[in-house]
Design a protein around this ligand. Structure first.
Ligand code: SAH
Length: 346
């Protein structure tokens, strides 16, 4: 019989499971709290359950706990980059960013990625597998326990394409925002996608209050295709229509991410085109100076070029911020730490 994944079960599913064992529903509430509020690392720590129930759970269930393999702490800004081990030997990475307004955790949604974006380290070795809801939640729980502070914001912007792991992502969102668990507001959650059009539309129809970030990285279909293979599947015009639809359905302002790559997408013409494309939209654009990875020869735009690009967008009436390059001294770019670890193990 397949084991029941205790920590991936929603409150309702857990209640159903526990009552199917002949236990009272309040036991489910206790167990949910041990896992999702107290973040215990073993079933034996659930001391208000009978020994018999604990034994049965241990026999019938998997209980996901991530193992911290490494943590790198930035001397520049206190950013922490974690490397976690999964039960099957895969490794993933997560990042803690400390802001004035609170602690934000950036999680991975897959081990590896199959989207193939040219500048990204996460995709170099392809997709190993999807993460379970428990494995996504655990990244936040372990980091919260490590620093002993509340995590107030979550961004699904680590390795992997969240909309390529859609069903587990939805369960994760439900559990993260459940009042019985961490109870993080949907508004404090951002999901970033390279632009899987049908999934963006499905997500829009759920009318959640999460922020959707679209990885744009180019202002024309041709240029986008050079950087992101997914653009061969979905034309830029379709992607933008899906984003308009997301805003129409949810009322949530879109975020666009634009990684500036020196000499590739950072010219005056690129900025002008981008202005034209985003004019009049209720949106926000994040400029990210590309974090060069050694496997590719992309370089960062000069600071002056970044600043000029930003000003050009501002003059075009677009809300723009240059993302602070947090943790640059600690393999800050997506998938770099994991990649280095895996290469060492080869
Ligand atoms: N699959 C999701 C999440 C990926 S990571 C997505 O595509 O949105 C979050 C952002 O970082 C994406 O916009 C991604 O394109 C960008 N990114 C990845 N590697 C980068 C690098 N080396 N430098 C700058 N941005 C990078």
């Amino acid at each position: 019989m397949e084991r029941f994944d205790l920590k991936s079960a929603t409150y309702e599913e857990l209640t159903e499971y526990i009552t199917s064992l002949g236990e009272k529903p309040f036991r489910a509430k206790q167990i949910y709290e041990w896992m999702h509020v107290k973040h215990v690392t073993s079933i034996d720590e659930m001391t208000n359950l009978s020994k018999d129930l604990r034994e049965r759970l241990k026999e019938q269930c998997t209980f996901t706990v991530l193992k911290q393999i490494d943590v790198q702490i930035s001397k520049q800004d206190g950013t922490r980059k974690y490397l976690f081990g999964l039960a099957d030997g895969n490794v993933i990475e997560s990042v803690l960013m400390r802001y004035k307004h609170g602690n934000s955790v950036c999680i991975s949604s897959q081990a590896g990625c199959r989207m193939g974006c040219r500048f990204c380290a996460s995709t170099l070795d392809g997709l190993a597998r999807n993460l379970t809801p428990a494995e996504m939640l655990e990244q936040i729980y372990r980091i919260g326990c490590d620093i002993g502070e509340r995590i107030s914001n979550v961004v699904v912007m680590g390795s992997g394409e969240p909309l390529d792991n859609y069903d587990n992502l939805l369960v994760f969102i439900q559990m993260l925002t459940d009042a019985h668990g961490l109870n993080i507001s949907q508004r404090n959650l951002t999901v970033s996608t390279c632009g899987l059009v049908p999934r963006i539309r499905e997500l829009a129809d759920l009318k959640l209050q999460i922020t959707l970030a679209l990885s744009l990285h180019a202002s024309t279909q041709e240029k986008r295709r050079e950087l992101m293979p997914i653009a061969n599947k979905y034309d830029l015009s379709e992607v933008m229509e899906a984003c308009d639809y997301y805003f129409a359905q949810t009322g949530r302002r879109m975020t666009f991410e634009y990684s500036l790559v020196g000499g590739v997408n950072d010219t005056d013409a690129d900025a002008a085109e981008l202005c034209g494309m985003l004019r009049g939209k209720n949106c926000h654009i994040n400029l990210i100076p590309v974090n060069p990875i050694k496997e590719r020869n992309y370089v960062q735009s000069d600071r002056s070029v970044v600043e000029a690009f930003k000003q050009k967008l501002e003059r075009g009436g677009i809300n723009v911020t240059v993302r602070r390059e947090m943790g640059r001294d600690i393999d800050g770019a997506c998938g770099q730490l994991r990649k280095r670890h895996m290469d060492l193990a080869k």
